[in-house]
Design a protein around this ligand. Structure first.
Ligand SMILES: Nc1nc2c(ncn2[C@@H]2O[C@H](COP(=O)(O)OP(=O)(O)OP(=O)(O)O)[C@@H](O)[C@H]2O)c(=O)[nH]1
Ligand SMILES: [Mg+2]
Length: 389
């Protein structure tokens, strides 16, 4: 009888190898779970090792003279039961169904020690993701990714942390998080919004009108001089009315501009104003052709600050598309609203980092004017590091 040992991640996988090489006549002589070879074995991964036998002469896969299989009826320490793969498979049903293996506290500690040891051994050569093996760097990485931060940014941050903390221990979690938070702050660019004319563009329902109203009310409360509001939202029934009503309540002059030319005339009339806030109609990022005139006009108006308003609740891929498509306006700033309605803040940094556009404001609720914050490095860092709202 010829014998051969097969290894596979699953028992079924090993049986399939046996069957494909030796056919249905092969027997399973023994099977056990053993440590995986190489580094994954050191990390505790296990594979199935199945030894198969085939009665007759010949090599696996070659021409074989097969004799009828002989089955040992009862397994004993001296006589090994010979079973067909199908029989063994039945007995191993539970093994074929992946069982969640939750390491106990002792095993977790041992694994952590092992990871640190390997990390210490390998950090000199610094393969890119080696930090993932060292706690708590791996855990911090995971939590950043769970906050929807781009894994590439998370890796970059943790690689730097790995250099700063070459032999990290779980007790240093707070210290390392603070360090990563300080790196996040370095990634953030905020710029003062100094121009007196600001225009708000963005998709539908993200808070353009609300943000304009919040800023107008603040300017009024802070006595920042003459404030005026312009609305270009004449597309929707009642679109302009929303801002008009607000302006009336606050006794702020408001003008409705039906075209770019009309808006230009208002800007000429209001040259003496200290703050002019322009609200626009919301449009899907896929229907921006109608904005061609406005985009062309704004290109020649460096003195108008362009704020792209986006909602922090938008799915990361949609957000990316929105930011790219609204690039026709060459926004000076990105303003995120609805931070109070989401639980993941990574996309704020993702888009900021990807586009290099400074962040201006954060909308953190519906109240006018209270729920608007100036975007700061510290705030972004807190949000990214899991501080939440
Ligand atoms: N929770 C929360 N709601 C907000 C925030 N900003 C705006 N909203 C709400 O979002 C809704 C839409 O706000 P609008 O200001 O009308 O949005 P818009 O972008 O002008 O919408 P369109 O003009 O229709 O494109 C309103 O109910 C606002 O109160 C914010 O930061 N947080
Ligand atoms: Mg609006």
């Amino acid at each position: 009888m010829r014998m051969k040992t097969y290894r596979a991640k699953t028992f079924k996988g090993a049986l399939e190898q046996i069957k494909s090489e030796w056919g249905a006549e092969a027997f399973v002589l023994s099977s056990k779970q053993v440590k995986s070879p190489g580094i994954s074995g050191v990390l505790g991964r296990r594979v199935f090792e199945v030894t198969a036998g085939l009665e007759g002469v010949g090599e696996p896969g070659g021409a074989v003279r097969k004799e009828p299989p002989v089955r040992a009826p009862v397994a004993s320490p001296t006589t090994r039961a010979i079973k067909r793969p199908e029989e063994v498979a039945r007995e191993y049903t539970s093994l074929l169904t992946p069982q969640p293996s939750v390491p106990n506290a002792q095993e977790r500690r041992e694994l952590a020690d092992l990871r640190r040891w390997i990390y210490g051994l390998t950090r000199l050569s610094q393969p890119p993701d080696v930090f993932l093996m060292a706690e708590p760097l791996g855990e911090i990485y995971e939590s950043l990714c769970a906050n929807d931060l781009d894994p590439a940014i998370a890796k970059m941050l943790l690689n730097s942390a790995g250099t700063q903390f070459p032999a990290p221990v779980p007790g240093q979690t707070g210290e390392i998080e603070a360090y990563v938070g300080s790196l996040v702050e370095k990634l953030v660019t905020v710029k003062a919004t100094t121009r007196k004319i600001k225009i708000f563009v963005g998709p539908t329902g993200v808070g353009k009108t609300t943000t304009a109203a919040k800023l107008a009310a603040r300017a009024l409360v802070n006595r920042e001089g003459k404030v005026g509001l312009i609305t270009m939202d004449t597309f929707r029934i009642g679109g302009a009315q929303q801002l008009r009503t607000f302006a009336e309540i606050m006794s702020i002059p408001v003008k409705v501009a039906r075209s770019v030319a009309e808006m230009d005339r208002v800007l000429v009339d209001w040259q003496s104003f200290d703050t002019i806030l322009i609200d626009t109609v919301g449009k899907s990022q896929r229907q921006l052709e109608e904005f061609a005139d406005l985009a062309a006009y704004l290109k020649g108006r460096e003195d108008i600050e362009k704020h792209l308003i986006v909602s922090a609740t938008t799915k990361p891929l949609d957000l990316r598309e929105i930011v790219d498509k609204f690039g026709i306006f060459f926004p000076d700033f990105i303003c995120f609203t609805k931070l109070d309605e989401t639980t993941t803040y990574g996309p704020i940094l993702n888009e900021h980092n990807r586009t290099g556009k400074p962040l201006s404001y954060f909308g953190v609720g519906q109240r006018v004017p209270e729920d608007l914050e100036l975007a700061t490095k510290k705030r972004v860092s807190e949000l990214i590091m899991g501080g939440g709202m």
